[in-house]
Structure formats: C-alpha cells, structure tokens
Design a binder for this molecule. Structure first.
Ligand SMILES: Nc1ncnc2c1ncn2[C@@H]1O[C@H](COP(=O)(O)OP(=O)(O)OP(=O)(O)O)[C@@H](O)[C@H]1O
Length: 436
C-alpha cells in the first residue's frame, strides 16, 4: 500500500544571533514572509513547507508540525527520517538533540520523539505487542562506527581521536535493503532506557572546537529507532499475524564548512575534507532526485558515492517519509553559506519518496524466535522501493574559485563529478597556513 503525499518536506529553522555574533557586530540579514513560508536574503527568495525562528513560526511549533506526523506514520508501519542540514554552527545539534550529555534539553527533537513514541505505544499496548530497539552510528571520515560499542568490561568506549575503532560494514540485502553488519541494537522498554543509549552514544561522538563552533560535530550521526509491532491474536483484524517493522532515523549531519573560517588544520582539516565530501555526495543525490524532468527519464542517482548516501538511500527517493530541517544563522557574516544551504534545501523539496507500509506475514515459529532474541538482527526483510537508472542530472560541486572563497557547496547544472574525483581540486587548497 502506497501512501499519498510522499514528497520530501523542508523546514527552515533560523536560530537567533549567538553571543559571539553579537559581540562581533553581526547583523540579521534574513527576512521571513510568514504567510508564504518564504525566506529572503539579499535578492534571493526561497519558498519552503515551513519556516521557524526570526519572524517565522515559533520554533516550539516545529516538533508538532513536522515531526509528530512522522511518528504517527511510523506507528502505522512506515519508515521515516528527520534530517538536519546546515553550515557549521547553524544549530543542527541544538535542534536535533543528538549531542546529548544528560542535561535537560526538553525542546530538542530526539527527546520529544522518545516521549511521543512511548506515549503512543503505551496507549496501544492492549491491542499490540511491541519490540523497540535503537542503534546509534556515526559516519566519521567516510567510515561507519557504532556509537553504542562497548569494551569487553562494559565500559563505554570513548572516542580518543587516535583510538582505533573497527568500522562497521554496510551490507545490501536482495531487495536493496541496507543493513549494518553487527551493529548493536539494544531493546529498550522505556523513554529513560532510550535516553541512556542516546547519552552513551553522544559521549562517543567525534566533536572538536573550531573557530565557528566550540562543540562542532565532526561526524554525521544517525540515531535509529526501530519498532516491530504485531496485533495481539485476540484482535479481530485479519492481519493479526502480520509483523510491521518500521524505522525512524534522526540524522544530525556534520556542518558544511569553509576551512579558512573554521580555522581547521592538520587532522581537523582532513576531517573537514571528509565532511564536505559526504555532503557533496548527498548534494549530488539531492540534485539527481530533485530534477523532476530527469527523474522521470530515470536519472542515475549516485547513492554509492559515499557511506552517508548509501545509508540514507531509503530516506531520499526511497521507501520512507522524510523531512529535512535546514538550519541557518541569520548573521550577515554567514550570508554566503546561508544562501547555499537555502539553495540545497530548496532543491531537496522536489524529491519524491515512495513510502509503503513494511508488513511481513510472519509464521508463528518465527515470531516466537523474534521475541526470544533480544538484541540480534531479528527484523525481517522490509519492502523496499529504489529506482536507479542511467541519465544526467544537475550536480553540485564544491566551489574552488577565489571569489567564492572555497570549500562550500554550490549548484551546477553542467558538471557531474564523483565524490572520489580529485577532491583537492574542489576543497580548500588556497589557505597558505595549511600544510599537508
Ligand atoms: N535555536 C537556538 N537558540 C539558541 N541558541 C542556539 C540555537 N541553535 C543553536 N544555538 C547555539 O548555537 C551554537 C551552535 O549550535 P550547534 O552546535 O547546534 O550547531 P551545529 O549546526 O550542530 O554545528 P556543527 O555542524 O559545527 O556541529 C551553540 O552554542 C548553540 O547553543
């Protein structure tokens, strides 16, 4: 069963000027026309599904309007994704709450999602059985790491910057379903337990202090909540034996950055290259999917260019409902990056997903096994829809011209490039301070 209106929705979230921006004399250069969900910066005007902050809607409404509908569909068996995108320091982690260290952050999306899910599940327990699991991974330098990995002694494995961690392998099942081999997926029974795993994973996440953000995320983080549910046998429904398996992914992307402005050098400079490279691949996927004419002709979608795009394959043009939250700073000093974010997000609005209910008729003995295995990879294969074919699409390149100051993403309709293609050409090479 396909659901109606599966277009990827885009919300823009404008944070206030930070204390640092105010101290530096920055002014607000973003104007919002709330009645049209329009954002204007200089001569550029963009329209979205929602705009929060500044003179747009109250940021507190973001959760109710954008995320609650996804939680509702999750419990109906659909996959869903909330994807935060934006320049470094634009408020992605603040909005998502995926850098959680135990402090109260009631407004953050992840926390409110946990609350909402258990509120709804508790109401449905009389008629359905639930198995809820979480996983938390980061993509750091184009490798996937399990943030819930532990040492043998049960201690949380902290991310020493030089510490050797074993990357997780991505596997593709017969129907195109992407899985992570051996990732920890603990079963959780309450919001408190879920929050504990979120905090544990956040401790392991790679962050560093840059000129643009004292707690800058150096990785893309994906917190996934997987819900398996089955109607109790006493139910009169004909589908009582079916198992619904759906996933909500909460994605906090690392920020796009210009090396000159973040002041990154050495290891952090290389991290910046990987961050931009993953975002470049994501931009290419968004461009390929966002052009309606070319999509209809069966445009080639370069999902395989990075681990990030492989993992998000379902969320972008695949089986699931997705909202992108484009986070922006209103400061005039960030105007170029803000325009880039707004362009990126605007193109994403054209992406059409094909969400289906993930229903598996499960024989009774399999169901029994499922409930005996508390944390293994027990979910059955889900129905997937992913169309990949040949054609040209508009591409995104990283600017390397001196006028635009390098290292951030601009749109190009003419120049396709691979994410592995001579990245040095495209990413910040003009900074004299940087040594390889
Ligand atoms: N809506 C907001 N209201 C008040 N402060 C905010 C808001 N959004 C972000 N901030 C502040 O802005 C700073 C940067 O936010 P945050 O770390 O979330 O950015 P980010 O986009 O995740 O950056 P990076 O990509 O470098 O990790 C933080 O000090 C945060 O507290």
């Amino acid at each position: 069963m396909e659901s109606s209106d599966d277009r990827l929705k885009v919300a823009v979230n404008i944070r206030p000027l930070t204390a640092l921006e105010l101290r530096n004399g920055c002014t607000d250069c973003v104007t919002v026309t709330p009645s049209k969900a329009q954002v204007q910066i200089g001569s550029h005007v963009f329209t979205y599904d929602y705009v929060y902050g500044s003179s747009g809607s109250q940021p507190s409404q973001l959760f109710e309007e954008c995320v609650v509908p996804l939680v509702d569909t999750l419990l109906c068996g659909y996959n869903a994704t909330v994807l935060a995108y934006g320049q470094t320091g634009s408020g992605k982690s603040y909005t998502m709450g995926t850098n959680y260290h135990g402090e109260a952050n009631d407004g953050a999306i992840t926390h409110r999602v946990m609350e909402k899910i258990f509120e709804k599940v508790d109401k449905l327990r009389d008629e359905r059985e639930f198995l809820i699991r979480v996983s938390f991974v980061e993509i750091f330098k184009d490798e996937v790491f399990d943030l819930l990995d532990q040492h043998d002694d049960g201690q949380v494995m902290r991310t020493g910057r030089g510490l050797q961690r074993v990357p997780i392998k991505i596997r593709e099942k017969a129907l195109g379903d992407i899985t992570l081999a051996g990732v920890n997926e603990p079963v959780v029974k309450s919001k408190g337990e879920m929050a504990l795993f979120l905090a544990r994973g956040s401790l392991n996440r790679a962050t560093a202090s840059t000129r643009m953000n004292s707690h800058s995320s150096r990785s893309h983080a994906i917190f996934t909540i997987c819900i398996e549910q089955k109607r109790k046998t006493s139910s009169s429904h004909s589908d009582c034996g079916d198992l619904l398996v759906s996933k909500l992914r909460l994605v906090d992307l690392a920020g796009s950055e210009r090396v000159k402005r973040t002041g990154s050098d050495g290891l952090m400079f290389k991290e910046g290259i990987h961050i931009n490279k993953g975002l470049l691949a994501l931009g290419n996927v968004i461009s390929a999917l966002g052009d309606e004419k070319k999509r209809k002709k069966g445009a080639f979608v370069p999902y395989r260019d990075s681990k990030l795009t492989r993992l998000l394959q379902d969320s972008l043009g695949g089986n699931g409902k997705t909202i992108m939250i484009a986070c922006i700073s209103p400061a005039d000093s960030n105007a170029k990056e803000t325009i880039n974010t707004l362009q990126y997000a605007n193109r994403a609005r054209n992406i059409q997903n094909k969400a289906v209910i993930n229903r598996n008729p499960v024989p009774a003995e399999m169901q029994a096994q499922l409930h005996l295995a508390p944390s293994g990879n027990t979910s059955l294969e889900e129905t997937q829809v992913s169309g990949v074919a040949e054609s040209k699409a508009p591409y995104i390149i990283l600017s390397s011209d001196s006028e635009s100051d390098c290292g951030y993403i601009i749109l190009s309709d003419t120049e396709p490039i691979s994410a592995d293609h001579e990245m040095d050409k495209y990413i910040e090479i003009s900074d004299d301070d940087v040594e390889f």
